[in-house]
Write a protein that binds this ligand. Structure first.
Ligand code: UDP
Ligand code: MG
Length: 314
């Protein structure tokens, strides 16, 4: 069996070599299997590309895809999926946080009833802020797109080839991995293991802004629920405004001496104004995305590849 490892690389010049070496050691445990490692350099600002070029010149199993600019983790992973050839595809990070020695547990979990096996970390090694972001993200995801219960998509998983093939059919300019995975299969198993600390002492590459963008992608690309919520909210506010307007008119008719207060008027005006701005914003978000997508903005641009043949370029 050929197993493809897909690693998005960003700011990992000090860690990627260890990760690749550990994959080789783990794979050597079962020699009847072959493997390839596809590293996607997401235009990392450090020297990871030089490190990868050096490793791949000595080891043809290590293949490189080099992006022309930073496109984000999801795009990098999908580029790897589009060019991998394995029967089983393993996704992992470049910073040494994934317990690579447990790869076989993930691969062995795949069977007739399981298309995707995900590392289940009882304790995630991330900041409270990131944890909070992930928790909000996954509960909103649960609400927006139906997904099997008790599934958390972490940074390390193995899947059957068809899942990767299905995921790369998605050509939207703003990809997000989690919805694509659960949209493709519900035969998912969580395999408990311990997450490691980052092998370097660097912080996560996911700045607040990157995590926020990812969250918005997940919400808006895979669901029209926010748009629908916006309309329902707008309708409700309009009804309340209408009823309040009626009450004001009736009171004025019944008691013509009533002075309608300037402040309450302003309050209502501002409230309605605010709501309208929110609703316009939501609609604008979708409109902007439609615009970018009909322009066919690419998910990613590959500058060059190493150890990959032309016919493997998807
Ligand atoms: N990553 C990427 N492009 C980016 C940021 C991150 O390809 O712009 C990759 C990175 O190389 C790593 C994975 O996404 O393999 C997770 O990144 P990181 O470890 O920084 O985040 P965290 O562990 O906090 O999820
Ligand atoms: Mg990490």
């Amino acid at each position: 069996m050929l197993i493809s490892f897909v690693i998005p690389c960003y700011r990992s010049e000090t860690t990627i070599e260890k990760v690749i070496a550990e994959i080789a050691v783990t794979m050597a445990l079962r020699e009847d299997n072959d493997f390839e490692i596809i590293c996607v350099n997401d235009c990392s600002p450090d020297k990871v590309y030089e490190v990868l070029t050096r490793i791949s010149s000595k080891n043809p199993k290590v293949k490189i895809i080099n992006f022309s600019r930073n496109f984000g983790k999801a795009a990098a992973v999908l580029a790897g999926y589009a060019r991998c050839r394995g029967e089983v595809v393993v996704s992992l990070d470049d910073d040494g946080q994934c317990p690579v020695d447990k790869t076989w547990e993930l691969v062995d979990a795949l069977n007739d009833n399981c298309d995707l096996s995900i590392a289940d970390y009882p304790q995630k090694k991330e900041s409270a802020f990131k944890r909070f972001g992930s928790a909000v993200n996954s509960s909103v995801m649960n609400f927006l797109i139906k997904q099997p219960e008790n599934i958390t998509i972490n940074n390390f998983w193995a899947m059957k080839r068809f899942v990767a093939e299905e995921m790369i059919k998605y050509k939207n300019s703003y990809p997000a991995l989690h919805p694509l995975l659960v949209q493709t299969t519900h035969s998912i198993i969580m395999v408990p293991m311990e997450e490691r600390n980052r092998a370097d002492n660097n912080k996560t590459g996911f700045t607040f802004w990157k995590s926020f963008k990812l969250m918005i992608n997940g919400f808006t690309n895979f669901s029209v629920v926010p748009l629908r919520l916006a309309s329902v909210m707008g309708l409700m506010i309009a009804i309340v405004g209408f009823i309040y307007g009626l009450i004001v008119i009736i009171r004025k008719i019944v008691n013509p001496d009533i002075l309608i207060g300037y402040s309450s008027l302003m309050a209502v005006l501002l409230f309605i104004g605010g709501i309208i701005m929110i609703l316009l914003g939501v609609i604008g978000e979708y409109l902007g995305r439609i615009y970018v997508c009909i322009n066919k903005a690419p998910q990613y641009v590959v500058k060059d590849t190493i150890n990959l043949y032309d016919n493997e370029e998807g």
